[in-house]
Design a protein around this ligand. Structure first.
Ligand SMILES: [Zn+2]
Length: 361
């Protein structure tokens, strides 16, 4: 068998994850040689993991190797450091924060806990610390998660997913081989486009895990071979695999959730219901230097994050008044969902160009 990237004969089997393993991808292939697997994995898969790492950490994406790392964040109103960890939600980075010369903020559960933490501080050489005001845990710390479509490398890694999936499901390499140089970074081109035109928000996310999906269709009549890739139901792309496609009609559907459960995995050749035609003029271009920031499209993720954060507190009491719930109210699942839904209020409905250096290549 020959490698689908470099055409050399594969002598040593090497397992390639079509959707990167770091985001829970389950679909694998053995059609990539060890060298190409290593090279592209380092260059491209890493980029995609990086782009989606907050989602992976917060949603506890299953990985075959290792845990999702914690992510450092700063709370918007207090500027305090927080850590985001899977299953644990957002926690203050430390129970004892130095906020000035000989001035600390201590988070504590009860008087005994407070005594203990004061002792720790005094041991470290602080003398005569006095209590000055009360600290409270925040039930619902404010964070602004920003997601971008990713830089040029991330787009190439989306093309890589589409290319590998098409061949994995039996596609003919003659229709897609021109993508190799794009994926490897030897040539540029408008092949991958962010795709946010027709997706309504998914509402039933409380119990259903977000999904990764790959949809590939070849439609002879309009000569298009197109892939639609969606990660976490949030990052969505169109890949133009070939716009002079003369092969047979085909529709490939692969859907898995982030826990690795495969929900759809099929190829159809007949009686296909094709997705709406892609109007190339309506596609949004991004250049190697610009990326787009997702706003309303990350709405679901934002609320899911808020829910993940408060979920661990179901059964305990609210520390503060939130919405119309009074301090001391026992948090039920319904209250947790209500708070999560309503705590994300900055709802804007467009994808915009974004100049923040954080998102530049
Ligand atoms: Zn190779």
């Amino acid at each position: 068998m020959k490698c689908i990237y470099c055409s050399t004969e594969i002598t040593k089997k090497s397992e390639e994850h079509i959707i990167p393993q770091s985001i829970g991808g389950k679909l694998t292939t053995f059609t990539v040689c060890e060298e190409c697997n290593h090279e592209l994995g380092n260059k491209l898969d890493k980029e995609l993991s990086n782009l989606t790492k907050i989602a992976s950490a917060m949603l506890n994406v299953h990985r075959d190797r290792g845990k999702s790392p914690g992510i450092q964040l700063t709370e918007k109103e207090t500027n305090e450091p927080y850590v985001l960890k899977s299953k644990k939600g957002l926690k203050s980075a430390s129970d004892i924060l130095k906020i000035g010369d000989n001035e600390y903020k201590i988070y504590y559960n009860n008087e005994i806990d407070l005594e203990k933490k004061l002792k720790i501080l005094n041991k470290k050489g602080n003398k005569n610390l006095i209590l000055n005001g009360e600290s409270q845990y925040q039930d619902n710390p404010k964070f602004e998660f920003m997601f971008s479509t990713g830089n040029y490398k991330a787009l190439r890694s989306i093309a890589k997913i589409a290319y590998e999936a098409y061949l994995h499901f039996g596609g003919n390499i003659i229709w897609v081989k021109h993508l190799i140089s794009y994926i490897k970074g030897y040539s540029a081109g408008y092949i991958v486009f962010p795709n946010y035109n027709e997706y309504p928000a998914v509402e039933d996310f409380w119990d259903n895990k977000p999904t990764h999906s790959i949809l590939i269709y070849g439609k002879t009549e309009i000569r298009q071979l197109i892939a639609q890739i969606s990660l976490f139901d949030t990052w969505r792309y169109i890949v133009i695999l070939n716009d002079n496609y003369l092969g047979e009609n085909v529709l490939i559907t692969f859907i898995q959730n982030i826990e690795g459960e495969i929900q759809e995995n099929k190829i159809e050749y007949k009686n296909i219901i094709f997705p709406p035609e892609i109007e190339k003029d309506n596609l949004q271009y991004i250049t190697p230097k610009n990326t787009l920031i997702l706003q309303s499209y990350s709405y679901r993720l934002q609320r899911l994050f808020a829910y993940e954060n408060i979920k661990s507190k179901i059964g305990t009491r609210l520390y503060t008044d939130i919405l119309n719930y009074k301090k001391g109210t026992i948090i039920t699942k319904e209250i947790a969902m209500d708070i999560s839904k309503n705590s994300i209020s900055n709802f804007r409905s467009e994808v915009i160009d974004f100049n923040n250096s954080r998102f530049q290549t």
